[in-house]
Design a protein around this ligand. Structure first.
Ligand code: HEM
Length: 324
């Protein structure tokens, strides 16, 4: 009887996928109505055990979407995996949480919910998991890709050492072609942490004229120097020095006070090419509501980068490998 039920669910989902060939917010209503509860329960438990996990899942979604579109390619294991690309190696986190969500989904609705769904994004998203964070309607129905793209992960993902115009170009390359998207999505750095290796070049031997990056607040520089000194580069600092685990607009207020952690963060406010981005930083710094509203819109846009729909790709059984 259970098998029959499961087959009916699978057929319902496949029919919905082929018929619609596009993303919708009610995609799983007919074929796996429990999907929201399952993802929420696992993510809540993971964040209770590790408050940083929401941030890690949010970043995983971003790193997935910028490489081959939002197709779960970042989740695949192997020597050619995206996990081994420079922006992800020893850095991307949350794969075990995705595995746990997927295992629950496979029990409840085998073969119907893609790995892109439990991976970071999809339901109620990283941000509304934070109390008071923005909520927005997420579109569902993506399918899983068949290949990883390690060189894409090395080339497409922005680096914290890159100038702003080059970061804007990388967003444009995936169809996020406005300055607003770059600034508002950088607001994801209102949660989570970064390793010393990714900002310590701002703390000593910065330039011929200044040992410390002059766009970094002196007292923050001093506490970061103490944190990073003598370490292996893997110590972490909060991306939002004021409230690392709260989704709010402090990130933007920090930038206005020269308290951005990464050079690419501070560059949105202080960089030589920051005229357009600076005005937005000021606007989001003044209005949490405007930030939340634009962030939700931009997250939906990012989640729509080249999705596989209809009968494209597959529904992986194990998020770490394509089906045999
Ligand atoms: C604009 C260009 C961006 C650059 C240069 C950048 C760079 C970085 C770097 C270097 C880290 C720290 C990694 C580590 O310590 O290993 C990081 C962390 C993070 N990034 Fe970004 N990022 C960018 C955009 C985004 C976007 C668009 C989002 C999501 C909407 C995002 C969300 C996050 C989050 C939440 C973390 C913390 C993850 C954790 O604590 O596990 N970033 N980012």
């Amino acid at each position: 009887m259970r098998c029959l039920g499961i087959m009916v669910l699978a057929v319902l989902c496949l029919a919905a996928a082929v018929a619609r060939g596009q993303l919708t917010s009610d995609f799983y209503n007919g074929c796996c109505p429990q999907v929201g509860d399952i993802v929420r329960a696992r993510v809540s438990a993971a964040m209770k055990a590790d408050p940083r996990m929401g941030a890690s899942l949010l970043r995983l979604h971003f790193h997935d979407c910028f490489v081959n579109g939002c197709d779960g390619s970042v989740l695949l294991d192997g020597s050619d995996s995206e996990k081994l690309a420079a922006p992800n190696m020893n850095s991307a986190r949350g794969f075990e949480v995705v595995d746990a969500i997927k295992a629950d989904l496979e029990k409840a609705c085998p073969g119907v919910v893609s790995c892109v769904t439990p991976s970071p994004s999809r339901l109620s998203t990283g941000c509304s998991w934070y109390s008071g964070g923005p909520g927005y309607s997420v579109l569902l129905g993506r399918r899983d890709g068949l290949v990883a793209n390690q060189s894409g992960a090395n080339n497409n993902l922005p680096s914290p050492f890159e100038p702003i115009d080059s970061i804007i170009q990388k967003f444009a390359n995936v169809g996020l072609n406005t300055t607003t998207d770059v600034v508002v999505l950088s607001g994801g750095h209102t949660i989570g942490r970064a390793r010393c290796a990714l900002f310590s070049s701002r703390l000593s031997n910065f330039s011929a004229t200044s040992s410390v990056d002059p766009t970094l607040d002196a007292s923050l520089a001093s506490s970061l120097q103490s944190l990073c000194q003598g370490g292996d580069g893997n110590q972490t600092a909060a991306l939002d020095v004021n409230s690392a685990d709260a989704f709010d607009n402090h990130y933007f207020q920090n930038l206005a006070g020269q308290k951005g952690l990464l050079a690419s963060d501070q560059g949105l406010f202080s960089g030589s090419g920051a005229n357009a981005t600076k005005a937005l930083v000021q606007a989001y710094s003044a209005s949490k509501e405007r930030f939340f509203c634009d962030f939700g819109r931009a997250m939906v846009k990012m989640g729509n980068i080249s999705p596989l729909t209809g009968s494209a790709g597959q529904i992986r059984t194990n998020c770490r490998a394509v089906n045999k």
